[in-house]
Design a protein around this ligand. Structure first.
Ligand code: ZN
Length: 474
């Protein structure tokens, strides 16, 4: 976890009384934490002055009404002297306590402004308890409605914003934390989440399932799914592997959900082993996946357990993309959302490399074929992949041109330097963050080459890169 940049506490310089030149005494006055962590794409995402160390989320979900109620305890460290601080949350709040004392709350849209009974000194750890209840489907942020549910099934999967619909968070990848997630639903339903299952207890017809994710996790990568699932449990090189498939997936005729869960659990292990062989050890202490029966047009790299649409739509390329994100995106997260190439370009490249690894088309052939087939006038070349803007964060160019850029880099600096670069990147920054600029610097250092013009051509210039050896195309 990287704490938000430690804000400078305001300095009150008190003039020393009298003559004689006694040293001025500096007093620090507590100030409000900022409403955002400082990401220019999403100014209200995350918050200043706090570093969340652990989330303890306890939610209950009612399928018929779509109502979610809960209580989340956050263990937090102050990174400045705080008079108040914000959390990101959308549901109506019943009460907030800071270290068991009732706090003053002002809730405006996405911002939950909390004023504790007493100021909190920089460096102090404190516990915030937020109680809430509401209907997530009726909430939106920046026009996004991230909640995904039917009367039978629910899954919290979205990017870049998902947490504020089901727990109060410091919602930015720069503030990672460990998680305990307990979700209570009718006993007929199963609950799947990140990490390992700690317990499952039924009381008066309702079951509470407790999952624990021990490695640091960005809030948007936390998830739970509840529904009727076939759950296959196995072990992959000693790592617990849990793969769940919705029994509501009507699009798998003749393939029972339990057989699909076992099959895709095995595929997950195979692909994770392939990726580990080139990237270094799998970064987490559990793995798996979940195929939802809900209608959703995307898959998401939820930490340790990606979520996929429909068991029948699964294929190795999609799994490879989401499992590659466990290294690129989850373990090493973006420093800011403008760095999204480090997630999507890399996951796309690894999916393409997986094809090559399994005896399919070599990536360099794919690169040249794609380069030749995309005209100069294509929108693929209009977007700066290293700064796509908040509205085009997941534009096709971030994926396709981003994938091309990595293969071109591989061709330009050679196999040894390229794979050393990727392994060094994920090892040095495991569980932390990185920016495109930092990756470019590491690429130059690892290869011993000046790559300024290369990265400008592939990631920044709004024209098709020239077909040159310097651009990895000859
Ligand atoms: Zn992706």
């Amino acid at each position: 976890m990287i704490a938000p940049a430690r804000a400078l506490a305001a300095l009150l310089v008190v003039a020393s009384p009298g003559l004689g030149g006694a040293p001025a005494e500096a007093l620090r006055a507590p100030t409000p934490g900022a409403a955002g962590i400082g990401d220019p794409y999403f100014p209200l995402d995350g918050n200043g002055g706090i570093d969340v160390l652990h989330y303890d989320v306890r939610d209950a979900y009612a399928f018929a009404s779509g109502r979610l109620s809960g209580r989340t305890r956050l263990r937090v460290r102050a990174t400045q002297d705080l008079s108040r601080f914000n959390l990101d949350f959308l549901l109506p709040v019943r009460s907030v306590r800071v270290d068991r004392r009732r706090a003053q709350v002002r809730h405006q849209g996405h911002e939950l402004r909390i004023t504790p009974a007493r100021p909190i000194p920089a460096g102090a750890e404190f516990v915030v308890t937020v109680a809430y209840a509401g209907t997530p489907a009726s909430e939106s942020y920046r026009g996004e409605r991230s909640w995904l549910a039917s009367p039978d099934e629910v899954v919290t999967m979205n990017e870049p914003h998902m947490a504020p619909w089901w727990f109060p968070a410091n919602d930015h990848p720069r503030d990672k934390a460990s998680f305990d997630i307990r979700v209570t639903v009718p006993r007929s339903k199963d609950v799947v989440s990140n990490g390992v299952r700690v317990s499952k207890k039924t009381h008066r017809g309702r079951t509470t399932t407790h999952w624990r994710a021990v490695e640091p996790m960005a809030p948007y990568l936390a998830f739970f799914a509840a529904g009727s699932f076939a759950i296959h449990r196995s072990s992959c090189n000693g790592v617990p592997n849990v793969f769940a498939v919705s029994r509501n997936t009507t699009s798998t005729p003749g393939q029972p959900a339990r057989r699909a869960a076992a099959y895709w659990g095995r595929q997950t292990c195979t692909i994770v082993s392939e990726l580990s062989s080139v990237l270094g050890p799998y970064p987490f202490s559990s793995m798996g996946g979940l195929a939802t029966g809900l209608t959703v047009g995307f898959a998401l790299e939820n930490q340790t357990r990606p979520t996929y649409p429909y068991a029948s739509g699964l294929q190795p390329g999609l799994l490879t993309h989401e499992l590659a994100h466990q290294w690129f995106g989850d373990s090493v997260s973006v420093a800011g959302w403008r760095d999204v190439w480090l997630n999507e370009g890399f996951a796309s490249f690894m999916a393409g490399f997986g094809v090559e690894l399994r005896g399919g088309q070599p990536q360099q052939d794919w690169l040249l074929q794609t380069y030749d087939s995309v005209p100069d006038s294509s929108s693929l070349w209009e977007l700066s992949v290293d700064d796509p803007g908040p509205a085009r964060l997941f534009d096709g160019a971030v994926y396709a041109r981003g994938q091309m850029a990595l293969q071109a880099l591989r061709h330009r600096i050679g196999e040894t330097a390229f794979w050393t670069l990727l392994r060094t990147w994920v090892a040095q920054r495991a569980y932390r963050n990185g920016s495109v600029q930092e990756f470019e610097a590491l690429a130059a250092a690892t290869s011993g080459q000046d790559l300024t013009a290369f990265f400008d051509a592939w990631l920044h210039a709004q024209v098709k890169p020239a077909r040159t050896a310097a651009n990895g195309l000859v």
